[in-house]
Ligand binder design. Structure first.
Ligand SMILES: Cc1cc2nc3c(=O)[nH]c(=O)nc-3n(C[C@H](O)[C@H](O)[C@H](O)COP(=O)(O)O)c2cc1C
Length: 364
């Protein structure tokens, strides 16, 4: 397996391999989108539609991919998106991802539905790089005390931001999981959500039936304000599609906007994130960083996102494919491929650094 991943040239190679080797239940849980998976497909297709009007003769011999990311420097404008239950892809799960992300010099967003605790993930990340960054993804569930406790835990563990996911008033319907009777494998735990006497979250038809209690359909902006005031950490809002919501979030104190449709797993028929991004960038008007995820698979997609005004992109599934192919080494290779592709893209587009990536590269 180790020798194999060295030969993988693209994130698509990892995807093909992972889909072939993973057992049905985790494979389908990871790959699936909601309903007809229209938005899932559109997320990827929309990047491909953008043409890059490259510049020539710009002396790109010395260039750098380094970028400001939420107020600090990162090796490139990329972070690892939160994905649940990474131990289903590899026994090292989130620990492998944490080490690989730290090694690559990019932040990791840890899912609140992770199979490893935030304390262990922080220890793994800082063992590689004491300055490694971890952001904690949160849902506001019905038990607000548990939400506040997790925010405090994340702060105490050394996370430097909260990422509040707001595109999940209810869970999207993923038919593959229902057909497979998805359940959390025996011996695996959704560690942050276990409470004495509370539902274990391990029963039900599909994870979303089992985890219905972890979200709350009654959420409003007031709940965001409550979380903002419950933690000293900056809060990034994840799952924004519309300009007015991006603007409202910033007015109420969000420190970042992550344009996302949950990888096509929530509302099928929602626009590709690349199509939502420019509206949100305009509405935010530079007040806070805008990030985007969904279908980012190539270094060219990273450049496209920046040209549309994003500060960085996040990648979800490719990290799971990397884990499935080779644990930490697999994720490291996925991030290395993206870094290399982005470096080559910068050069070929005539850019020495990320600040050379301007909107005219897409609309000359
Ligand atoms: C298997 C899987 C699990 C996910 N779990 C979470 C989660 O726990 N919290 C969250 O905010 N987003 C979650 N997401 C959404 C991702 O954070 C991200 O928005 C999406 O995967 C990006 O699209 P991509 O996979 O095409 O890169 C999950 C996505 C996948 C594929």
């Amino acid at each position: 397996m180790g020798a194999e991943i060295g030969e993988f040239l693209s994130l698509d190679d990892f995807e093909r391999h992972a889909l072939a080797v993973l057992p049905t239940m985790p494979r389908d849980y990871y790959r699936s989108g909601a309903w007809a998976e229209t938005t899932l497909a559109e997320n990827r297709a929309a990047w491909d539609r953008l043409r890059i009007w490259y510049r020539v003769m710009r002396d790109v011999a010395l260039r750098t991919s380094r970028a400001e990311l939420m107020g600090r420097n990162a090796a490139m404008p990329l972070c690892v998106a939160p994905t649940a239950l990474q131990r289903m892809a590899h026994p090292d799960g989130e620990l492998a991802t944490a080490r690989a992300a730290a090694g690559a010099g990019v932040p990791m967003i840890l899912s609140s539905l992770s199979s490893t605790s935030v304390e262990e993930v922080r220890a793994a990340a800082t063992s590689v790089d004491p300055a490694a960054r971890t952001w904690m993804q949160m849902y506001i569930g019905r038990d607000r005390g548990a939400v506040r406790a997790l925010a405090q835990r994340a702060h105490a563990a050394g996370c430097d931001a909260l990422v509040l996911t707001v595109d999940t008033p209810v869970w999207g319907i993923r038919e593959r999981d229902i057909r497979n009777h998805f359940r959390v494998p025996d011996g695996m735990r959704i560690v942050h959500l276990e409470r004495a006497g509370g539902p274990s979250g391990h029963e039900g038809r599909g994870i979303h039936e089992a985890l219905a209690w972890t979200i709350d359909a009654s959420l409003t902006w007031k709940d965001f304000e409550w979380l903002r005031d419950s933690s000293p950490l900056p809060v990034i809002l994840k799952g924004i599609c519309r300009a007015e919501d991006a603007a409202r979030g910033v007015e109420l104190g969000a420190q970042g906007i992550l344009v996302s449709n949950h990888g096509g797993r929530q509302l099928d028929g929602a626009p590709a994130t690349v199509d939502a991004l420019p509206h949100c960038v305009d509405a935010v008007a530079g007040r806070v960083p805008v990030l985007v995820d969904g279908g980012v698979r190539r270094g060219t997609d990273v450049l496209r996102a920046l040209a549309l005004g994003a500060q960085a992109v996040c990648v979800g599934r490719p990290v799971l494919w990397g884990l499935a192919a080779g644990g930490e080494a697999g994720v490291a290779r996925v991030l290395e491929i993206l870094a290399h592709e982005f470096d080559v893209t910068l050069a070929l587009a005539g850019c020495q650094c990320v600040s050379d990536v301007t909107s005219d590269l897409l609309r000359p």
